[in-house]
Design a protein. Structure first.
Lengths: 337, 237
């Protein structure tokens, strides 16, 4: 099956995002924790190609701004003079402008920190929690499902009842219950691992159920029976003859479940139970937007939410296309090479 | 001739499924023994019991005794459907190498089944080979382990008559090397052409045992008579 335009756009976006997260310190204009209180809640800086005289410039430029307090105690930023500051390679990153002008592509938060830089750095944590969590859940779900499906009997009953217990409990309550059952004072890395574990604990049950069904059918296939006659050991049969046949499903489930893990992390962080400052994640960036007045007058603080939305959308598009291509492959009986 | 496998009062059953047996028979060293019966008579289930695959089947019950005088490593199995017996995701080369045999042994055995490496690419996938080639490949894979007993479960059922003749010739050559064969089939003439002893299975029970001549000339059971009567004869209109 040929992948469509949407699939490639989504893949490009995700690829770009992952690369940007990896090289955040080379791309982000500012240190994510660098505060500039004089420019708190600065709106996104507009990039210009045409100057006031209507001349076109190949290299985009900005007009430096200065904060002015309004009568209603809000602050507005006006261009202080019409001096152009061209975009150029910064002192620490690819993007930058000549000091004292500041480049805030997505604006600043209430402490004057660049939201764009923080989103790039936060992507490291949020994306890796999503991807890592999905992999752990899928790997564990495969392990449990494969054992249950292959051996059957009491082991199948036991494992599936445990899986159903985890599926049955509403995910949000389980998330909160698991987090609150664990110590609140942990360092960032411990919290990171803890969130991965908690999210995986919620997600493995569904994977295990489906894998069990697939293994039940696969173990009756003649090539598996042939491997049994040859005296192959069970782990060898599972890894060599059963796992490869579930790859299609696993790839789909990984790409579709990553967004839910990112949501899970954001949910915990917004509530203050997840990644805490000074560590950065998309979830704790959204804490800024909990106040209605901030969102009302400074809507750019919602950009981390937009990053979560676009990432989830792209992962779902990729997952849907993988699923569709797998279904069409099953129908035509094509063998992936 | 010493006994390779001695089956005594074997009963195979599933809780909500069919029940096969009791059945008793023995397979001697170097002999070709046929198990003939209609579809659903329990032939493949018996083969699974002898190769110990039945232990992987859910809810199965095995009663009676199977005395094996050879190890499982000395028993090879040629499955019924050659197209389904190989993993479609892997090349045939990787599946042959999985048997853990030397390249020389693999080359020898492929030559023996008249499937020289010049004719097939080890990089090809199972679906790229014809039914006859796949069946010969599976026989080669069964022989490369140097078995004492080769269990062939309807190895010609999916082949046309010309390929059937080729495969039967191959089995005769294997038998001539002293390898015992348990030939499972529903095709009486094929069993008679290869085997020196045979058992007729009907509704899960062995109803007749003897040499092909005995069974052909003086069939005792009604099913055997029907089976013989059903053998197609060439009639010219």
């Amino acid at each position: 099956m040929k992948h469509g335009f949407l699939f490639w756009c989504a893949t490009l976006f995700l690829g770009g995002l992952i690369l940007s997260a990896c090289f955040a310190d080379r791309i982000a204009p500012y240190d994510p924790n660098l505060e500039n209180r004089t420019q708190a809640l600065h709106p996104p800086t507009l990039l210009h190609f045409w100057d006031e005289k209507g001349r076109f410039h190949k290299r985009p430029f900005i007009y430096p701004t200065q904060g002015v307090f309004e009568a209603n105690m809000t602050r507005s930023y006006d261009a202080i003079h019409k001096k152009k500051c061209f975009l150029r390679r910064g002192t620490r990153a690819l993007l930058g402008v000549q000091s004292p002008a500041r480049l805030y592509l997505l604006g600043t938060d209430s402490r004057g920190r660049d939201i764009f830089s923080r989103i790039l750095y936060g992507a490291r944590v949020s994306l890796s929690i999503g991807i890592f969590g999905a992999f752990v859940a899928v790997a564990f779900g495969f392990f449990v499902g494969a054992l249950a499906g292959y051996f059957g009997g009491w082991l199948d009953h036991l494992l599936m009842r445990v899986a159903e217990f985890f599926i049955m409990i509403p995910a949000l309550y389980l998330l909160l219950a698991l987090r609150s059952a664990l110590p609140p004072t942990l360092d960032s890395f411990q919290v990171y691992l803890l969130i991965v574990l908690i999210l995986s604990a919620i997600g493995w049950g569904g994977v295990a159920r489906v894998i069990r069904g697939m293994v039940l059918s696969l173990r009756e296939r003649e090539f598996v029976q042939a491997a049994q006659v040859l005296g192959r050991k069970t782990p060898e049969i599972l890894m060599r003859h059963i796992l490869p046949h579930t790859f299609g499903y696993l790839a789909v489930i990984v790409s579709i479940s990553i967004p839910s893990y990112i949501f899970g992390e954001s949910f915990l962080s917004v509530l203050g139970l997840g990644i805490q400052e000074p560590a950065i994640s998309w979830g704790n960036l959204l804490m800024e937007s909990l106040s209605y007045s901030v969102v009302r007058f400074h809507p750019w603080v919602l950009y981390p939410g937009l990053a979560i939305f676009l990432t989830a959308l792209c992962f779902n598009i990729v997952g849907d296309h993988l699923k569709a291509s797998q279904v069409s492959e099953d129908k035509t009986g094509e063998i992936p090479s | 001739m010493s006994v390779l496998m001695d089956v005594k009062d074997l009963v195979l059953s599933y809780p909500k499924g069919p029940r096969f047996g009791p059945m008793s028979f023995e397979i001697r060293e170097g002999e070709a023994f046929a198990l003939v019966g209609e579809s659903g008579a329990g032939k493949t289930t018996v083969a699974f019991a002898l190769t110990n695959v039945l232990r992987f089947k859910r809810g199965k019950r095995i009663n009676g005794k199977i005395n094996r005088h050879c190890s499982y490593k000395e028993i090879s199995y040629v499955p019924q459907d050659p197209a389904a017996a190989l993993d479609p995701l892997f090349t045939i080369g990787s599946q042959i190498r999985e048997l853990g045999c030397s390249e020389v042994a693999i080359r020898d055995v492929l030559e023996k089944v008249r499937l020289p490496l010049e004719n097939i690419s080890l990089q090809s996938y199972p679906h790229e080979l014809s039914g006859g080639m796949l069946q010969r490949l599976l026989i080669a894979m069964a022989l490369v382990r140097k078995p004492k007993l080769l269990i062939a479960d309807e190895p010609t059922s999916s082949l046309d008559v010309i390929h059937q003749a080729e495969i039967m010739k191959l089995f005769r050559a294997v038998h001539a090397e002293g390898i015992a064969i348990l030939f499972i089939t529903h095709h009486l003439p094929l069993a008679m052409a290869l085997c020196s002893r045979m058992a007729v299975l009907f509704e899960g029970k062995i109803v007749e045992t003897g040499t092909p001549q005995m069974i052909f000339q003086t069939p005792q059971h009604e099913f055997t008579k029907r089976l013989l009567a059903a053998v197609p004869m060439l009639e010219v209109a």
